[in-house]
Design a protein around this ligand. Sequence first.
Ligand code: MLT
Ligand code: MN
Ligand code: ZN
Length: 296
Amino acid sequence: MRIIILGAVAGGGLPQWNCGCGNCAAARAGRIASMTQSSIAVSADGETWAVVNASPDIRAQMAATPALHPTGARQSPLRSVLVTNGDIDHVAGLLTLREKQQFDLFATDAIQQVLAANPVFAALDPALVTRRTVALEEPFELASGLTATLFAVPGKVPLYLEGDEVDTGLVGETTVGVELTAGGRRALHIPGCADLPGWLTDRIAGADLLLFDGTLWADDEMIRAGLGAKTGRRMGHLPVGNGDGSLERLAKVPTGRRVYVHINNSNPLCDPSSAEAAQVRAAGWQIGRDGMEISL
Ligand code: MLT
Ligand code: MN
Ligand code: ZN
């Protein structure tokens, strides 16, 4: 199995257009790497590829990734797109994929309903783009030789569908993780996750690769930096650090490689020279970056 991180950071990207935080300023100045929004590409045979989450940056991500370049006049190695929630950073790129290209679009029924309710996605010609609804816990072929299984993780509805009351611990079809298997290897991609209950750490245990939600370092980092009013947990993201985050909660859960992805531009992990970056590396994690390729 080959996995390429197309975009390692969270909604907004690095730098984010309207953000003057330290990391965004450093990225503009070239002191740290600019990075694009949350997406990975996966293949079992190296020839046919699936993209998990279609970010608003997908055009640039595909241009930067030779494995996804066209192989003929109107021939793409892309066989399918899977989306793990309805968030803008995971679905807006579908609009870029409208150029009369055949592929399968996989999602749970709840996420397919969100897409179906938005007429702009009719730009994906239904004669070419087949929307495939998949049930939780039912394995399906995502690309040649590559099996995927969706599983519920704690999360919430997309920001643009939030009502007055928001349940940030929803466990159902609105926020899912994906288990990818090929050649006896097992990878888990969980770009958004609000909590780590025991049933989820049980599932994570033994994975050859874990790509996990690294949105914020500290629950209140956006508030403290004057970037917003919400905590990470309110946004549906368990923080990484500060003692009770995923770093601590996953410390005793055995896995192969473990990589933080969906890293928000406010997170000190965006800067490889930060103390927090050194701390996660010392704990056996890698910090995702655009173009990182992992072979299992
Ligand atoms: C998130 O991951 O929390 C969302 O991408 C936020 C957003 O939609 O801007
Ligand atoms: Mn996001
Ligand atoms: Zn910023």
